[in-house]
Ligand binder design. Sequence first.
Ligand code: DAH
Length: 347
Amino acid sequence: MNDLEQLVLDAQGDFQRSATPAELENAKARYLGKSGRLTEQLKALASLSHDEKKSRGALINGAKQQVEAALQARRQALADAELDLQLKAEALDVTLPGRRRGDGAVHPIAATTARIEAIFASMGFDVADGPEIETDWYSFTALNNPENHPARSMQDTFYVDVKDAEGRWLNLRPHTSPMQIRYAQAHAKKHAGKPHMPDIRVIAPGRTYRVDSDATHSPMFHQVEGLWVGENVSFKDLKAMYLAFIQAFFETTELKLRFRPSYFPFTEPSAEIDIMFESGPLTGRWLEVSGSGQVHPQVIRNMGLDPERYIGFAFGSGIDRLAMLRYGISDLRLFFDGDLRFLSQFH
Ligand code: DAH
């Protein structure tokens, strides 16, 4: 074997052993670089005679072509291997089952609210929605709360550190009662100047907020306000209406209702509404479900109505409490923890 054949063999071996493109380029430099073995051969031609140059030159060129072909082949092989690895790493198993988006469901509190709305709608009540960020006037003053009433204190009510355009402090409404005023004002305005104003019959469910947190109190909770104002309404309408509601809500007529005297600044007289089931697991205990009362004349005035002409009845019930009773849940916080193991039981 002559020296050029040996050189080609060495180059082919070196290239073959190069495992990465960088190694391969280093190996290439040893043959084809500035002082590579082949380059040295070409340089050596200078000292040869014209005829020797011709024959030796042809041999060296032949060797060079073989070295370059080996280099090219190895380059291609390394690139192919690299691509192969990449494809394997990114491989998709098209036979795997697809990832499905889980079916959503209505939250039990939302379902309870919808149920309450449907029952009252069937009794001719409108359903109204209002702001959760309220002014002092709607949350308290219009509802006849004296300036020093404890409900106004920071211990009970979340205040927002911002005033509205008229410089009034804002709060997260601690009850849905402001909606009595908002709705009645709009209703009174709409029918102002007409000889007859249709009765106000509305419920306003929604979120409410208080500085309070334990198994039966959450800083965010839900109430439904009810208001019935007209010229010929009486306590017995409130009683009959609430009984019809509660029977429909719990899907039973086997329950009793009682109005227990109480106090709220915006009603006079005021009563707590208690219910007692006459069958089922909760039987035998009075359960408080709502505040209620005859709307205070000052509140009727704040609605923009004449208390000599109009009389109103109102109630405010805890939606979460109604849901807890209906589903038999003892810890309110479960509703708001967002634990799907709990929530998915209500589908
Ligand atoms: N707003 C009262 C509360 O949050 C509940 C209430 C009581 C609402 C009597 C009423 C009512 O409309 O007449 O405790």
